[in-house]
Design a protein around this ligand. Structure first.
Ligand code: PLP
Length: 406
């Protein structure tokens, strides 16, 4: 495999620091990834050379900035292989994209008694927006259960699908367990009943190539900051036939064609869903992040991360009394575990003293923790800049902490 990790690491200046006197090893990539200089520079360039509000300007800077923003939209389109760039709506991230969908799809298509299917392993942002609709509209949420490995039980999904189902909304990859869900099967089964499907790709686009046309999903959402891009930007892909029929989400500038007190008409896609001044520097930064991962190659990234996952899993098995949560056959580079009954918070705090950054807690997936009847886990998630040497340090650190508690 042709991958030069040392040169990749040089793109991430933040990784060069020490924490508590130890070299930083950053394993919290499922929460957010670090940013390469290519992304930082692209954002800096906006503000040092062409910052100007977009779309409505006639002057030079506004035109340059508008072009850069729309170029970023095309990059997102190509990245997920959407058919049209106007099917890409910029949002603040996955959370806002799902809230947009819940509000606008809910307003346009849902009524009391309609059912939405999610799964047991969803992030809160793919649960709570639907619960708000449960409250406001009386819709009903159905949940696909999981088995002990953290895989969706598809036979149960079959039983939940019915003529009452109006939307299926599931994660592509679980943030807490790393499970890669069989989304193509999930989509095909829903479509057999003409039910649209939204895929939460927050944990996927940085690990696997996504082709929304091949998947034939109706909506796909993700965040820039988990893809080496800036915070505060993400995207909602939606098939134009759905987006055209959906009510707008926010009202304001740019999303209108004409405004009058006797009635307002709305703009065409994608602007209908982008009220107000958008985060154009964020979108341009996201475009730079997409360039960055594409230059390395998502297949190369996926293969390297898989190697790290396998290595880390094997090494961690040597830790006495470790219990893994999430042992699906198809997994992304996320490892969730507990050692003895050491509270994840204690483990995380002590690892931090060794310069090892992991995430601890419920990972915004409390229903999943409820399933396993645990308060939370320790989670190490790997990205393109992690190394086997760092994993060795992590394993050593975990062994030291568990000896301390023995
Ligand atoms: N969905 C999944 C699977 C996630 O992992 C996350 C974040 O961790 C989100 C949604 C929410 O993403 P954001 O906070 O970027 O909106």
């Amino acid at each position: 495999m042709s991958i030069d990790i040392e040169s990749i690491r040089k793109d991430f200046p933040i990784l060069e620091q020490t924490v508590h006197g130890k070299p930083l090893a950053y394993f919290d990539n499922a929460a957010t990834t670090q940013k390469p200089t290519q992304v930082i520079d692209a954002i800096s360039e906006v503000y040092t050379t062409y910052n100007s509000n977009i779309h409505r300007g006639v002057h030079h800077l506004s035109n340059v900035c508008t072009q850069a923003y729309e170029d970023a939209r095309v990059k997102v389109q190509k990245f997920i292989n959407a058919g049209n760039s106007h099917e890409v709506i910029f949002t603040r991230g996955t959370t806002e994209a799902i809230n947009l969908l819940a509000t606008s799809f809910g307003e346009s298509f849902l009524k009391k008694g309609d059912e939405i299917i999610v799964s047991q392993l969803e992030h809160h942002s793919n649960i709570v927006p639907w619960q708000l609709l449960e409250k406001s509209k009386g819709i009903v949420i159905k949940v696909i259960p999981i088995n002990e490995n953290g895989e969706l039980i598809l036979e149960e999904y079959d039983k939940l699908l019915s003529e009452k189902t109006k939307l299926v909304a599931v994660a592509h990859i679980s943030n807490a367990l790393g499970t890669i869900n069989p989304i193509k099967t999930i989509i095909d089964k829903a479509h057999a009943l003409s039910v649209p499907v939204m895929i939460d790709g927050a944990q996927a686009v940085q690990h696997v190539a996504v082709d929304v046309q091949a998947l034939d999903c109706d909506f796909y959402v993700f965040s820039g900051h988990k893809l080496y891009g800036p915070t505060g930007i993400g995207a909602l892909f939606g098939k134009e036939e759905w987006l055209n029929k959906m009510e707008p989400y926010h009202g304001g500038g740019e999303m209108i064609k004409t405004v009058s007190f006797s009635g307002t008409t709305f703009n065409e896609l994608p602007f209908k869903f982008e009220a107000g001044t958008p985060d154009y520097s964020g979108a341009i930064g996201l475009g730079a992040a997409i360039d960055y991962v594409q230059n390395i190659g998502l297949d190369v990234i996926a293969a390297y991360e898989h190697e790290l996952l396998e290595y880390a899993t094997e090494q961690l098995k040597q830790v006495p009394n470790i219990k893994f949560y999430g042992t699906a056959k198809e997994k992304a580079s996320v490892i969730s575990f507990m050692v003895n009954n050491i509270h994840p918070f204690d483990m995380g705090t002590l690892l931090d003293k060794m310069g090892l950054a992991v995430r601890t807690g419920h990972h915004c997936a409390q229903p999943l923790m409820e399933h396993y009847q645990i308060p939370g886990t320790v989670r190490a998630s790997f990205a393109i800049y992690n190394t086997k040497e760092e994993i060795d340090r992590l394993v050593e650190g975990i062994k030291r902490v568990s000896l301390l508690f023995a």
